[in-house]
Design a protein around this ligand. Structure first.
Ligand code: PGA
Length: 239
């Protein structure tokens, strides 16, 4: 099971360090199963090689060039300084707020795949598509996967319906199940759900057939809240 915290544009370098220290203490004392994998995506200014073996650090965004004149971007050279080998690609906020086209996303995917990075690839439909029914959702998601190598061994797919992100309104488990089944027919990559995941719904979400974890925004920003999510997910797994 994978539980990943996406800080988005929250936390500083020093608060990220405090967060990781607390999280690490919690994981050490909690007797957690080895097969729960914890990831943290801090903002770019807080990327570092933290001394916490049980938490893997990833970048929320990275550009598809080795280095060069790309103002405001970071790439493999900057990530390499901290030994970071995990990137998030295609998050809906990058797509919707920053105008990242599918073409650019495909390029980023190919670039980081070629270098063997672990890629969390995000897909998800807007509300207007969801309202047109599941077949429309499937064909939309299929388009977001069209140029993505779904057999890539270091791929993790996060299904995050745009209308469920940061709204406090998670998708219904039946809807998640339907999408997981569809994605499972396309790929063997681990499938995550994201969109208003919190301590109160993590157990039902990870109980969905085919769902192997969650990508968590808002409810991960406070370390106690993320720890509670981990604890509940572990309890559910053991029951
Ligand atoms: P949320 O964000 O948990 O705040 O809905 C999830 C995400 O954007 O990854």
């Amino acid at each position: 099971m994978i539980l990943a915290a996406n800080f988005k544009m929250n936390h500083t370098r020093s608060s990220t360090k405090e967060y990781i220290d607390s999280l690490c203490r919690f994981l050490k004392n909690g007797n957690f199963d080895q097969d729960i994998e914890i990831y943290l995506f801090p903002p770019a200014t807080a990327l570092d090689s933290y001394e916490c073996e049980s938490v893997r650090i990833g970048a929320q965004n990275a550009y598809c060039a080795e280095e060069g004149s790309f103002t405001g971007e970071i790439g493999p050279v900057q990530l390499g300084e901290f030994g970071i080998e995990t990137v998030l690609i295609g998050h809906s906020e990058r797509r919707e707020l920053f105008g990242e086209s599918q073409e650019l996303i495909d390029k980023k995917f190919a670039f980081y795949k070629e270098r063997g990075y672990e890629i969390f690839y995000c897909i998800g439909e807007r509300l207007d598509i969801r309202e047109r029914g599941i077949e429309e959702v499937k064909s939309f998601l299929r388009r977001q996967l069209l140029n993505i190598d779904t057999d890539y061994e270091n791929l993790i797919i996060a299904y995050e319906p745009v209308w469920a992100i940061g709204t406090g309104k998670s998708a219904h488990t039946e809807d998640i199940a339907e999408v997981m089944e569809f994605l499972g027919s396309i790929t063997d990559a681990p499938l995550l759900y994201g969109g208003s995941v919190k301590a109160g719904n993590i157990e039902s979400i990870i109980s969905v057939e085919g769902c192997e974890g969650a990508l968590i925004g808002t409810a991960s920003w406070k370390v106690d809240s993320f720890c509670e999510i981990i604890e509940r997910a572990q309890m559910r797994k053991r029951s």
